[in-house]
Structure formats: structure tokens, C-alpha cells
Write a protein that binds this ligand. Structure first.
Ligand code: SF4
Ligand code: SF4
Length: 393
């Protein structure tokens, strides 16, 4: 009996080998080798699918791991290759449970067990349980333990948000690390626990939930605040010079309704609170580190810039859209490569002389904080919710 296919045929067939993606790929930039590029990896996937390379081939193992999974290759691809789902399918085959490093196994085991995750941080300091007419605030598994202030401040910024403590992991870490079916199962369970629009402060979780539950079920914090009418329309140009209205964020604006009521955010009582940020007297210089998945999969990049610009002097870092090296579990599994990527980012931050660098994903926040501390930098890494709440008071 023949083996079931590893990859969705339609996804794997889409690449036309044009190479437009090569210049967008951070790992290709590091090595200059075709095999470390998106096109090279897709050719490896095809070789695996067709049996021309065995699953234990060392190049397959190395490249499935060296890839950051940042999906920077997707927006530049003229053929519409969905590299992220292909990588998930690849790792589901390439990384069977027994071959995964112990650290990764431990992490995946802990994510959906709240008491274990809480043990990493201070329990019960995340946003308190409350009712409301607005979206369901996702607390995150590691975010609620490592950065509990983020959900508290997000709840202040969206006073209509509903909060329940009993909610699990979204499954993004599982899906990206070889447990694709489990990752989907966890997302569906979370979708049942939070049955309307899910508001998240994590770009990576937003992209995974959107892929499993549907784009209209998920809003990242900056997206929600802008769609709710809380922020002035930027009307500006994209940082890359293209028209602001062409991004996927603009296209999803039409889906700015809640999954339950069909009402738009501004109609659900989810208006910004009295603490909504106002421009301050002294405007600090603030840069942004995009969340790769939020930008490349969900098309959200304009909104956080717009919000930062309301309370501070926004400074576009030259490679804001490039991965910081956190990349989910990458910093844990490939610390040396992660550090090389981060170091270039830290050099840019130092040259830009910003007071804050904002993250919209807990993994990026942790990565930047650690790097800046190590260098003794005066720049602070801060979550968008913290910046808006702090400078708005
Ligand atoms: S840009 Fe798209 S079609 Fe072209 S090589 Fe890269 S993945 Fe393939
Ligand atoms: S996901 Fe990122 S690192 Fe991986 S091939 Fe695409 S651009 Fe390169």
C-alpha cells in the first residue's frame, strides 16, 4: 500500500521556481546557499514527497530546522505560495516525537497545562475575569505567565472585552513544531471556550487561530483598536512605499464584525476607555518590531505603526519587518543562529537611538528584552499594550 502524501498537492505544486523570494529570506541572506532559501526548501520538500530523499537525510533535517518559519517569502511570491502551511506539513513528517529535543517536548507538554505555565511566572496577575459586550480576550499560555501585565493593560484599552480564566493554549507552538493535528485541535478547543471574536495580544497566536478558525474570528489588539475607530486613520503610505489601502489589513477591514452578533467593534460597546492614549508633551522615539506571522500571514503591519504614531515619534527601523530570531521555539532550539539574527537587529536599534522598541508578540518581546539587557542598552523593549497604556496616562 502506498504511503499517504506528506504535503497538500495543490500547495506544493504552486511554486514556479522564479526566485523572487530569495532576497526576502533571512536564512538565505546568512548563507547565500540555494538550499537555505524558500525555493531550495520547496525543492527539498518535493524530493521528500517523491521519495528521492529519505526522511532521515541530513539536509532535510537541517533545513527544516534552520528555516525560521517567518513567512517573509509569502508576500513577495507572485505565485501565491503558502509556505507556512507547507513548513507545518514538512515538520509534521520530519520531526516525529522521538526525534524532538527534550526541551521542545517539555515545552509542548507544558503549554496547555495552566498550573505548569503559571509556575513559570506570578500566578493570577493577568486580566481578571469579567463580562462585556465585546471580544473575548485571549490570555495566552506563556504570555499570561511571563508578561501578565499585557492582558491587564489590553483589558483597559478595550473596556468591553470579556475575560475568562479557563482558556487553553491556541496550539501555534504545536503546529509549528511537528504536532500539526494537535495544534489544530487546541485551536478549535480555544475557539469553543471563547466563542466569538478572539482578541489577542500575540501576533503568532493570531495567525494560527485565523488559519484554523477563520480570519473573521480573530483580531490582534492593534487591529481591533484601529477598526473600532479608536485611532485616527493614518492615511499614510506603507513603510515600503506602497499605497496604504492595498494591504491585507485593509482587505480584512470588511470583516471587522464580531462572530456572534455581526456588529462592528464600535457597536458592541467596546470603545476605548478614558485611559485611551493621548499625545504626550514629550514624545519619545519609538520603533517597532513586526510580528512575522501577524504581518506576513494576517497582513497586519499598518495598525501598530498608526497607534504608536498617536503617542510617540514613530521611527521605522530598517528591518522592522524582518524576523528578530525569536521565531517561536527557534531561540531555544538554534540559539547561535537566533543570536546572529538578533545581533543585527540590536545594531539597528542602537543606530536609530530609539527610547522604546515595541513588540506585538510575546516571543519577540522576550528576545528583544534579553538582547537589549545583555548589551546594557538604554532602549527598552515594551509590548504595544504597555506603550499605549503608559504614554496615554
Ligand atoms: S517566489 Fe514563490 S514561486 Fe517564486 S521561487 Fe519563491 S516560492 Fe517559488
Ligand atoms: S519562512 Fe522565513 S526563513 Fe523560512 S524560507 Fe521563508 S523567508 Fe526563509
Amino acid at each position: 500500500m502506498s504511503e499517504p502524501p506528506i504535503f497538500t498537492e495543490e500547495l506544493l505544486d504552486r511554486c514556479i521556481s522564479c526566485g523572487f523570494c530569495l532576497s526576502a529570506c533571512p536564512t538565505y541572506a546568512l548563507t547565500g546557499e540555494e538550499v537555505s532559501s524558500p525555493r531550495g526548501r520547496i525543492n527539498l520538500m518535493r524530493a521528500l514527497e517523491e521519495g528521492r530523499l529519505p526522511a532521515d537525510d541530513p539536509t532535510l533535517a537541517e533545513e527544516s530546522s534552520f528555516c525560521l518559519g517567518c513567512r517573509a517569502c509569502e508576500p513577495v511570491c507572485p505565485a501565491g505560495v503558502q509556505y507556512g502551511p507547507l513548513l507545518e506539513e514538512w515538520r509534521a513528517r520530519q520531526w516525529p516525537p522521538r526525534t524532538r529535543p527534550l526541551r521542545l517536548r517539555g515545552l509542548l507538554w507544558a503549554t496547555n497545562r495552566r498550573w505548569r505555565v503559571r509556575a513559570l511566572g506570578l500566578p493570577r496577575r493577568h486580566a481578571r475575569r469579567r463580562r462585556g459586550p465585546g471580544p473575548w480576550l485571549m490570555l495566552g499560555c506563556f504570555e499570561r505567565a511571563l508578561f501578565p501585565a499585557v492582558s491587564r493593560l489590553a483589558a483597559r484599552l478595550v473596556p468591553g472585552a470579556r475575560v475568562v480564566a479557563r482558556q487553553g493554549c491556541c496550539g501555534a507552538l504545536h503546529a509549528h513544531n511537528g504536532e500539526l493535528a494537535r495544534g489544530h485541535e487546541l485551536a478549535r478547543e480555544l475557539g469553543e471556550a471563547l466563542p466569538g471574536v478572539i482578541l489577542t495580544t500575540s501576533g503568532g497566536c493570531a495567525a494560527h487561530l485565523a488559519a484554523v478558525l477563520g480570519r473573521d474570528r480573530v483580531r490582534e489588539l492593534s487591529e481591533w483598536l484601529v477598526e473600532s475607530g479608536a485611532a485616527a486613520s493614518s492615511g499614510g503610505a506603507r513603510p515600503d512605499g506602497a499605497a496604504a489601502s492595498t494591504g491585507a489589513a485593509a482587505s480584512t477591514g470588511a470583516a471587522a464584525s464580531t462572530g456572534e452578533t455581526g456588529a462592528r467593534p464600535s457597536e458592541t460597546g467596546a470603545r476605548p476607555s478614558e485611559t485611551w492614549p493621548r499625545p504626550s508633551e514629550t514624545r519619545p522615539r519609538v520603533g517597532l518590531q513586526d510580528s512575522c506571522h501577524l504581518r506576513n500571514a494576517n497582513g497586519v503591519w499598518r495598525e501598530p505603526r498608526e497607534l504608536i504614531g498617536r503617542v510617540a515619534e514613530y521611527v521605522e527601523l530598517p528591518s522592522a519587518s524582518r524576523c528578530c530570531g525569536a521565531a517561536g521555539t527557534y531561540a531555544l532550539l538554534r540559539p547561535r543562529d537566533s543570536r546572529v539574527i538578533l545581533d543585527a537587529k540590536l545594531d539597528e536599534i542602537a543606530a536609530a537611538e530609539v527610547d522604546y522598541v515595541v513588540a506585538v508578540n510575546p516571543g519577540c518581546l522576550r528576545q528583544l528584552r534579553q538582547g537589549l539587557r545583555r548589551r546594557g542598552s538604554a532602549t527598552r523593549a515594551i509590548h504595544l499594550a504597555e506603550l499605549l497604556a503608559t504614554l496615554g496616562d
